[in-house]
Write a protein that binds this ligand. Structure first.
Ligand code: GLY
Length: 377
């Protein structure tokens, strides 16, 4: 069993603080981390229906067995994990189900699944009875390093990704790195896009680590996999503790996301392009756009593309052969992004590895000509 690590995320003005606990097989000791939150309470576990509760050897089974000893009552609710299900219909299903079970003000929600489960579970926690305590147990790499930390909750709408939601912090994040062994490979690789993002926005040494150790990391070898999860959560915690509501520095966590969200939304959140893959393409596009604007050298762009390829992710939207896109639709979608301010698009660009730049004065014609280079029609 690997050593358990703890990161405390502390908002700089004292508004919130909570632990992120990381380790292998820590689900087996779950009560020692969350007892004070769930003891004698009604607990709702919202989980990904990918986990089979009837099988007695999986992580969900252990979670249920353990918390049932100390909670007053445990109700399990499964939902589908795809982004196309992160919508009003699923939200309304969850609200009805939890209200029918007579939720109480001190009830607790536990989310057990990937980013979709965490985002929608966090959202429902923030609005039911004007806010219930919740605990995130992310089971995908993407959720472990990104969406479970920092309190962004929400759902998608046809207009765009995550346009309805709240900032609502969990009481605790529990990351069991051994769960990753049960992940389909495609889901695992998609998570590396967010890990790579952290290195590119502020940590060149971390980038070097990802380059040198990619084979061991891809094969989930310890201590490499634990290290990259810990490092990613450390970087994210630092940023979120300084800027919870994305008034400034937090925006750099959106490297690659402006293009990614436009593609995902335009494709109706189809599984031909899952979130991490869209982010991988978006990151490469952010670097290529930086090169077009003359702020980043070609050699840096190539390094980024090579790293993305090493982690078995796409670098260009044209590599996804099962989809077809219209440039003008993607251009329009860019404007329904949350980061549009006074009609101007915000892009996170880069002058090189480890350096992010927030830019909101790019000419629309430059974007249009860039999309011509990127999207074959
Ligand atoms: N996923 C970006 C953020 O949490 O701000």
């Amino acid at each position: 069993m690997s050593k358990t690590k703890k990161i405390m995320i502390k908002e700089i003005n004292g508004k919130f603080q909570y632990p992120i606990i990381i380790g292998g097989k820590i689900i087996l000791q779950i009560n020692s981390f969350i007892e004070s939150h769930i003891k004698n309470k009604k607990v709702f576990v919202i989980y990904d229906n990918y986990f089979d509760l009837k099988k007695n050897n999986n992580f969900l089974y252990f979670l249920n067995q353990s918390i049932s000893i100390i909670a007053n009552e445990v109700k399990l609710i499964s939902i589908k994990s795809r982004d196309k299900n992160k919508n009003l219909k699923t939200l309304s299903f969850l609200i009805n189900k939890i209200l029918k079970y007579n939720v109480e003000r001190n009830s607790v929600i536990i989310t057990f699944g990937g980013g979709v489960i965490g985002d929608i579970g966090g959202f429902v926690s923030s609005i039911l009875l004007r806010g219930l305590n919740y605990i995130q147990i992310p089971t995908t790499l993407l959720a472990q390093v990104d969406s479970s930390v920092g309190g962004k909750t929400g759902i998608n709408t046809p207009q765009g990704k995550n346009l309805v939601g709240t900032f609502y912090q969990p009481k605790c994040v529990i990351i069991d790195t051994k769960i990753l062994k049960t992940l389909p490979k495609r889901e695992l690789y998609a998570g590396f896009a967010e890990v790579i993002k952290y290195s590119l926005i502020m940590d060149k040494n971390f980038y070097n680590y990802l380059v040198i150790n990619y084979n061991k990391i891809l094969n989930l070898k310890e201590p490499y996999i634990d290290y990259i999860i810990h490092k990613s959560c450390q970087i994210k915690s630092k940023i979120v503790s300084e800027d919870e509501k994305e008034d400034g520095i937090r925006a750099i966590l959106n490297l690659g996301h402006t293009f990614a969200h436009a593609f995902e939304s335009e494709l109706g959140y189809k599984s031909d392009l899952i979130h991490g893959e869209a982010v991988a393409i978006g990151i490469c596009m952010a670097y290529r756009l930086s090169r077009k604007l003359g702020i980043c050298k070609n050699s840096e762009v190539e390094k980024v593309e090579n790293l993305i390829l090493k982690y078995k992710l796409p670098t260009k939207i044209n590599q996804i052969k099962t989809i077809s896109l219209k440039r003008k639709n993607i251009f329009k979608k860019l404007f329904s992004d949350k980061k549009v301010k006074e009609g101007k698009l915000t892009f996170i660009l880069s002058s090189g590895i480890g350096k992010a730049i927030i830019k909101n004065d790019i000419n629309e014609n430059t974007i249009l000509s860039f999309l011509e280079e990127e999207i074959n029609e």
